[in-house]
Each structure stands twice: as structure tokens, then as C-alpha cells.
Design a protein around this ligand. Structure first.
Ligand code: ZN
Length: 634
């Protein structure tokens, strides 16, 4: 077999197994009816957890085929006969296969066992009767519904009931297979020679081990511990000691403000504002096709995500294979604050989609999101883009009520006053997940029981967050699934890089929002290489400095008064401009992709039916939401 034939067969074979798995992933997570096609009109005849497990194992068997690794190395040993592009492609083959090949039979066995247990656990979790015991009886709510109500209900009893609803997830998952999943994952990792499952995951995802990771995280943990303690003291002093109760913190910090800001984040307008904002940054999706399933519904997976049934890549004949992307959020348009949450999720997941649609390499293996693609690298892109929603420069432009009026300065200033001193809480909440999973996978097997896990979660919450967390650790869905477990540190590293990237653009260009250089700069420096370059190198390449937490710590230490001065300047400049829909050329938003708004099996709007007009598709989506949730637009 020639090297060209080998590369072509591997690329084509991978695309096929990747696609089959992703079809099942989307179908089962969205609870689609059998036969519902994906964004590009193709799909399997049936969706099931069994098929999900089977296609996942098929994909992994493809990647774990040691004959392919041997062949790759054989070709690489004769590098002088290869083109530069072939060497690059063979090297990503070698790295990717290396992440999947398990040379131990025990590890393979344990892996299969944990996948089966996990499938069972997930389907039980999806049908768990979740909700809160309210005055007039038990009310069923998703975890998102519970969190929304806890943040916005003026009734403390009700907030507490929602918190208890969230706390109920832990005992449920622990008595429905999670304990056994943890054991099987650890046994697999240990059979491969890793310290434990966390060590295995981080080494594969980031290229450095657990010890190195926690050296980095420890500096951030220690560097912000006092800030957290002070912020809790300040919160208790200004709102009373009960503000520290997990069901009160979020409500008392922003409960009323969330409500008053709500009119400036109308849910039904969020897709248009996202599209306009990305369009003005000159972000292009390179002919991708995308499904957006934004509304919460029963039995839908309880976390937003973005996946790619079709990775983008440059084919051997020079033609371009655009991405097929699916992403989901969990909006309940009738809940106060849902518009803001939906918008942030939209900017985030659409940021992932923009990143992966722009990877321009000679194999789909450069554009798949699992190992060896760095989690931190992927999250940096989405978190950088969702960070804009908090900026005065963005809000003055895009946070507009149903009459088109921008959010008043006073509201934004109040938001700064009430959230800036407590930003450290979010940092600590993020940190608590990796610290919990580290401790969880370090538990000796004999101590792994449902009770012990619950105890450990409480202990870590108190240690890292200073008290019980408004989002109980065991309600974090990432813990359960193989892809997302021992993964959360990626968000922390990514956020360090977000602050450093923002600082870079602000220093070199003066502004980020609506800056037409930002999209192309991200594409060139961060997106185009895909996983061919290391995360830390990419950050250094764009920002000109090694990654540190300095930019983040600096931002936390700016005083409220200083922050208000700089934000006021940005706000005034933003509102001096016309409404984004009245900008020159604003009747057309060109993201260079086909978009479908879907709700499970149902297609709400499709740019293919609006002559490629994104704004028109948005207005169809808008009417649909208005009709289905009349209260939201009343
Ligand atoms: Zn993300």
C-alpha cells in the first residue's frame, strides 16, 4: 500500500466511524425519534443507547488498531520519501492512535465494562424524576429549571427546595452505577500504568500529567484563596449571614438585577444578536451546516454542548469538506434570566463551532474534539467569545429590549457593583470540580461507597468554595460521561488564556467587540492549525507571552470604581452607534453557513428555505418562540 493510499483510507475510514457515533450521540442526547435526520439530511434508521455504545466502541476500535500505528511508523521512518504535508498527517495519526491503543488486555476489559455501566447510568439519569417539593406539591423540573428558580424565586423556602432537588442528583447517581463506573475507570487507567483515571485523562488531553496540572492549579487556588474568603465576608456584611447559604447566594447577589436586566436580553432575539455580533467580528463558518437545538425539554441531555458529525478538512484532491455541526442549549424562554443564559451559551457553543469549522488541515483527525485535542485549547475559543456578553462595549450594542432600546448604563453599573467583587466565586466553583475529581479517583477502592463520595463532595465544596456550593458537585453532569469527566481543569486553563487573549487584543488593537480583525486573527493564530499545535504554544504565538494567570488575577484586583470608569467609556461609544440592525449592510448577516433551528425532531427554521437569509430565519424562530411561550413576549 502506498503512503497516499494509506492516508486516504485512514481519513475516509475515520470519517465513517466518527459519523456513525456522532449520529447516535446527537440522537440519544436529544431524545430524537427514530429516522429523524441530522442537519445535512442524512442519518441512521434508529437511535438507541446500545447503538451509541456499539458505534463508540467501533470508532475506538478503529483508532486503537495497532496495525495502523505500525504502518504509520513504518512510513514515518522513511521521511525523506514523504511530502511535508504527509509527514504532518502521519504524525497526527501516530499521536491519535497512541491515545487509543491499550496494550493491556485488562485495561481493554475494564474499559468495555465502564462504557456499559456508564450507558446504563446515563439512561437512568435521563429519566430520573427530578424536581422540587414546593408548597403545592412536587414540581418536576430539569436541573436547569431548578437552578433558574433558585436564582430568581423571592421565596426562600422555594429556593431551598430547588437546592435540595439539585442535591438529590448525587445520591441518585451514586446508587445507580456511578460508584462502579469510578472503580472500572480507575482499574483501566492503572492497568495502563497511570497513577489513576485522572492522571490518564489529563495526560491524553493536555500532554502533561496530573501532578503538573495541579502544580499550575495550586498556584491559582492559593493565589485566590484570600480573595474568596474576603468576598464571602463582604457578602455576609452587605446581605446578611444567610446570603452564604447555597440557595441564597445567587439570588441575593443578582436576583433582582437579573429580573431588571431580563428585558434587555429577550430570548427570542438572542440568535439574531449572536449572528450579528459574530458577523461584525468577521467570523466565517466556511460553508458549514449547523443545527441549533436551543430549547429545554424533558429527557433532553442537561448540559449545552457542540459536536461535529462531520469534521472540516482539506481533501486530497484539494476540495474543501465543510463541517456539519450540532449544538444545543437548555433555554426555558418563560423563565426570568433565560435570555441572558441562552445568549451566553449561544456565544459559547457557536464559538466552538466557529473554531472547528475553521480547522484547515489535510485530515479530519486534526479537527476532532477528543484526545489528543486539548480541552483547554477548545474551551479557550468558546470562552473568549462568550466573555464578550459581559462587556459594556457589547451590551451597549446588542443588549436591547423589544423596542430596540439599549440597556441603561445604570443597570450595567449596578451589575459591575454587585458582581465584580464576587467574580472569584466563579473561579472557585470551577476549581472545585477538578479538585473533587482528583480526590474521587484517588480514593482507595475499599473506601469507594455512595456515602463516602457524598462526604467527599461536601468536604471539597467547603475547602475550595468556603461553604456548600449552589451547584452541588455531584449535580455537575461532566462527572458522569467518559468524554467530559476529569476534563473541567480545561475550563480553568482556558479562562487563564481568555484573560490573556483579551488583554492582548485590548493592548494591541484597543477594542474587541465589532473589531473586524478579531475573527481573522483568531482563525489564523488559533483555529486553522487544529490539534497540530500545542495549546500553550498557540497562546504564546498570538499573545507573545507564555500562559500565566496574571491577566486574570489582575482583572480580579481592579477596583469597582476603576472598572466603572473604563466601562463607561466603552458604553458611551457603543450606544452612540446605531442599532445593529440599522448598521450599513445590516439587512444581510453573512456567516457563510447554512443554519437550521430545530426542537428535537421538529425543524423550526432553515436558511436553506429563506434563500440563505440568516436574519429571516431568525425572525421565523422568533415568531415560533413568541407563539409557543406567549408569556415571554407579553
Ligand atoms: Zn465549551
Amino acid at each position: 500500500m502506498s503512503v497516499k493510499d494509506f492516508i486516504d483510507a485512514t481519513n475516509g475510514g475515520y470519517e465513517k466511524v466518527h459519523r456513525s457515533f456522532e449520529e447516535q450521540f446527537w440522537g440519544t442526547k436529544m431524545a430524537l425519534s427514530d429516522g429523524t435526520p441530522l442537519a445535512d439530511g442524512k442519518g441512521p434508521t434508529a437511535y438507541s443507547v446500545d447503538e451509541l455504545t456499539r458505534t463508540k466502541m467501533e470508532m475506538e476500535a478503529f483508532l486503537a488498531d495497532s496495525a495502523k500505528l505500525e504502518k504509520t511508523r513504518e512510513f514515518l521512518s522513511k521521511a525523506d520519501e514523504l511530502t511535508e504535508d504527509q509527514i504532518k498527517t502521519l504524525k497526527i495519526f501516530e499521536r491519535t492512535f497512541g491515545c487509543y491503543i491499550m496494550e493491556s488486555a485488562t485495561a481493554r476489559e475494564k474499559r468495555e465494562e465502564s462504557m456499559k455501566l456508564e450507558g446504563g447510568l446515563e439512561s437512568k439519569r435521563n429519566t430520573m424524576k427530578l424536581g422540587a417539593q414546593l408548597k403545592d406539591g412536587f414540581q418536576e423540573m430539569s436541573s436547569v429549571g431548578l437552578r433558574n428558580k433558585m436564582r430568581t424565586s423571592p421565596d426562600e423556602e422555594e429556593r431551598k427546595a430547588c437546592y435540595e432537588g439539585l442535591r438529590a442528583i448525587g445520591p441518585f447517581v451514586c446508587s445507580n452505577g456511578f460508584v462502579e463506573v469510578v472503580k472500572a475507570r480507575n482499574a483501566m487507567a492503572k492497568a495502563l500504568g497511570y497513577v489513576d483515571y485522572y492522571d490518564y485523562k489529563v495526560t491524553q488531553a493536555e500532554g502533561f500529567n496530573k501532578q503538573r496540572l495541579f502544580e499550575i492549579l495550586d498556584t491559582l487556588e492559593q493565589g485566590t484563596r484570600d480573595v474568596m474568603v474576603k468576598a464571602r465576608e463582604q457578602l455576609a456584611a452587605s446581605k446578611g449571614a444567610s446570603a452564604l447559604e447555597p440557595w441564597n447566594t445567587g439570588y441575593l447577589m443578582a436576583g433582582d438585577l437579573t429580573k431588571r436586566m431580563d428585558p434587555y436580553f429577550p430570548f427570542e432575539k438572542s440568535v439574531e444578536m449572536w449572528g450579528r455580533s459574530f458577523g461584525n467580528l468577521k467570523i466565517s463558518y466556511k460553508e458549514a451546516t449547523m443545527d441549533l437545538d436551543l430549547l429545554d425539554r424533558k429527557n433532553k441531555y442537561s448540559n449545552g454542548f457542540c459536536h461535529w458529525p462531520q469534521p472540516a478538512w482539506k481533501k486530497p484532491d484539494g476540495t474543501w469538506q465543510p463541517a456539519t455541526t450540532h449544538f444545543t442549549s437548555l433555554a426555558d424562554p418563560s423563565a426570568v434570566g433565560s435570555g441572558h443564559t441562552a445568549l451566553t451559551t449561544l456565544m459559547h457553543e457557536a464559538g466552538h463551532a466557529a473554531h472547528f469549522a475553521n480547522i484547515q488541515q489535510s485530515s479530519p483527525l486534526f479537527a476532532q474534539e477528543r484526545a489528543p485535542t486539548s480541552v483547554a485549547y477548545a474551551e479557550l475559543q468558546s470562552m473568549f467569545l462568550d466573555s464578550l456578553v459581559g462587556d459594556a462595549a457589547w451590551r451597549g450594542r446588542y443588549a436591547r429590549d423589544r423596542n430596540g432600546e439599549p440597556i441603561p448604563w445604570e443597570l450595567h453599573a449596578e451589575d459591575i457593583e454587585s458582581t465584580h467583587p464576587y467574580k472569584v466565586f466563579a473561579l472557585r466553583a470551577m476549581l472545585s470540580v477538578p479538585y473533587f475529581e482528583k480526590a474521587l479517583y484517588e480514593l482507595p477502592e475499599a473506601e469507594l461507597t455512595a456515602e463516602k463520595i457524598a462526604e467527599l463532595a461536601d468536604e471539597i465544596e467547603v475547602k475550595i468554595q468556603g461553604g456548600f456550593s449552589p451547584r452541588p458537585l455531584l449535580s455537575v453532569p461532566h462527572l458522569l460521561s467518559d468524554e467530559a469527566s476529569c476534563y473541567y481543569h480545561g475550563y480553568v486553563l482556558a479562562e487563564m488564556a481568555v484573560h490573556q487573549t483579551r488583554e492582548h487584543f485590548l493592548k494591541t488593537q484597543g477594542y474587541i467587540v465589532d473589531n473586524p480583525n478579531v475573527g481573522p486573527s483568531l482563525e489564523k493564530a488559533y483555529w486553522e492549525p487544529g490539534n497540530s499545535a500545542a495549546f500553550l504554544d498557540l497562546v504564546k504565538g498570538l499573545t507573545g507571552a507564555p500562559l500565566t494567570g496574571d491577566a486574570w488575577i489582575h482583572e480580579l484586583s481592579v477596583t469597582v470604581d476603576d472598572l466603572k470608569v473604563s466601562e463607561r467609556k466603552d458604553y458611551d461609544a457603543a450606544v452612540a452607534k446605531p442599532h445593529p440592525a440599522k448598521d450599513e449592510g445590516a439587512s444581510r448577516v453573512d456567516l457563510n453557513m447554512r443554519v437550521r433551528f430545530v426542537d428535537g425532531d421538529n425543524v423550526i427554521a432553515d436558511t436553506a428555505s429563506t434563500g440563505g437569509d440568516f436574519v429571516k430565519a431568525c425572525s421565523i424562530f422568533e415568531s415560533y418562540v413568541a407563539q409557543r411561550f406567549p408569556r415571554a413576549t407579553a
